[in-house]
Design a protein around this ligand. Structure first.
Ligand SMILES: *Cc1c(COP(=O)(O)O)cnc(C)c1O
Length: 423
């Protein structure tokens, strides 16, 4: 059932480190090897072995409309026929920028880049350039792409200066990165009290999406807004996952909080490589060529990617987010019943079209509680689901993504698979 995938993986590891071009695709932590994909359509992906899976990864988020949506595919083909890249402005850049500004309450101007990582790195530089300050706060377990400054993890306890999370990142770079536990306003305030004039920006995923799904507790995001305003730091919402997913108006529209800067990626490219960062005009106009903060990109605003993003947002604009959220809620409630029947404690966090099953009796509200999830059981669950035609992320610290293409039958089959697995 996975013969060809296994052969290809053996070939891939000879030429590509770990056989994958992004580490999250490796399945080693769940004691498996990656599926190689031949094609995907709607809610399904099909491996090179010809096996079809109900997909809850969705390319890690971009495919909210499902795979290979006909209108998006047509827009991409039409654009590429006009030329794959110009390195000069094209009208679609304005169209997509306008759509982003119209959708996100806090965004007056936006710059396109080619990935979420580029968006967050650029937003950090801009925040530092705008405020003339060096330090940054991020949350334990928060992911903002693989830029050096973001690859810091907290030491034990309330570490003030973080340690490099990876070799290759100089201490000097991450020493300006301060860490706080998610949902812990006091820890954030302590940083601000200690460095009242030094913090340029606070980066937060308005719903934590990279330690599994962690929801902001009531008052948390507003508290961050207030602290940033009080101390003159920029509040940056990393909406690379939540933008156009939690609502068409992002998490900021859903929770009614206005950040100073917003970073985007994933959905705005509809599967093509796109990222973006935007915010208040006075901040954005510090960017080159208007202002002194340099940032550039050969393929930024790429015409094929813009066409894909526009087609995706055109459809999402008319899509019924509330109905999808209600279906996901019902699905998660059924999952809770199944786990209760099995006698296995779970905490299933969910919002809009995302959820994470934490195999723990604890209420998961930050990275520390997320880590109480049972890794051995997660691995067993991953394998059991794959054997039953359901594709989920190969880690307990990821979000399961649902698309508008997922049918009631997909949900029913997925529930039956969960029910069937002996844990
Ligand atoms: C995926 C992700 C990124 C990085 O985006 P890439 O396109 O993978 O570089 C940044 N922030 C968040 C919240 C993400 O989920």
């Amino acid at each position: 059932m996975e013969k060809r995938s296994t052969e290809l993986f053996a070939e891939a590891i000879k030429y590509i480190p770990g056989g994958v071009n992004s580490p999250v695709r490796a399945c080693a932590s769940v004691d498996s090897t990656p599926l190689f994909i031949d094609h995907a359509k709607g809610s399904k992906i099909t491996s090179v072995d010809g096996v079809e899976y109900i997909d809850f990864v969705e390319s890690w988020g971009p495919m909210l409309l499902g795979h290979a949506h006909p209108e998006v595919t047509e827009a991409i083909i039409a654009a590429v026929k006009r030329g794959a890249s110009f390195g000069a402005p094209c009208p679609d850049e304005i169209t997509l920028a306008k759509k982003v500004c119209a959708a996100l309450p806090s965004v007056e101007m936006v710059r396109m880049v080619s990935s979420g990582t580029e968006a967050t790195m650029s937003a950090l530089r801009l925040a530092r350039g705008f405020t003339g300050r060096k330090k940054m706060i991020k949350f334990d377990g928060g992911y903002h792409g693989h830029g050096d400054a973001f690859l810091a993890s907290a030491g034990s306890g309330v570490a003030t200066f973080s340690i490099p999370g990876t070799p290759g990142v100089p201490d000097a770079v991450v020493s300006e990165t301060l860490i706080a536990p998610y949902n812990d306003l006091q820890a954030v305030e302590d940083h601000f009290k200690r460095y009242p004039d030094d913090i340029a920006a606070l980066f937060v995923e308005p719903c934590g999406g990279n330690m599994g799904l962690i929801l902001p507790e009531p008052g948390f995001l507003q508290g961050l807004r207030d602290l940033c305003s009080k101390y003159g730091a920029l509040l940056v919402f990393d909406e690379v996952i939540t933008g156009f997913r939690v609502s068409y108006n992002g998490a900021q529209g859903h929770f009614g909080i206005k950040p100073d800067l917003t970073t985007l990626g994933k959905i705005i490219g509809g599967g093509m490589p796109v990222g973006a960062f935007g915010g208040r005009r006075e901040i954005m106009e510090k960017l080159a060529p208007v202002g002194p903060v340099y940032q550039a990109g050969t393929l930024s605003g790429n015409p094929v990617a813009m066409a894909s993003g526009i087609a995706t947002l055109n459809i999402l604009e008319k899509s019924d987010y509330a109905a999808l959220a209600a279906r996901v809620e019902k699905f998660c409630a059924s999952l809770e019943t199944i786990f209760a029947k099995k006698g296995i404690p779970v905490c299933i966090n969910r919002i809009a079209s995302m959820f994470t099953i934490f195999l723990t009796g604890e209420k998961v509200r930050n990275f520390a509680s997320a880590k109480t999830s049972n890794a051995a059981l997660t691995s067993k669950l991953f394998k059991g689901l794959r054997e039953r035609g359901v594709n989920v992320a190969p880690s307990g610290f990821e979000v399961a993504m649902v698309s508008f293409a997922h049918t009631d039958e997909d949900f029913a089959r997925t529930l039956a698979a969960f029910d069937d697995i002996k844990l």
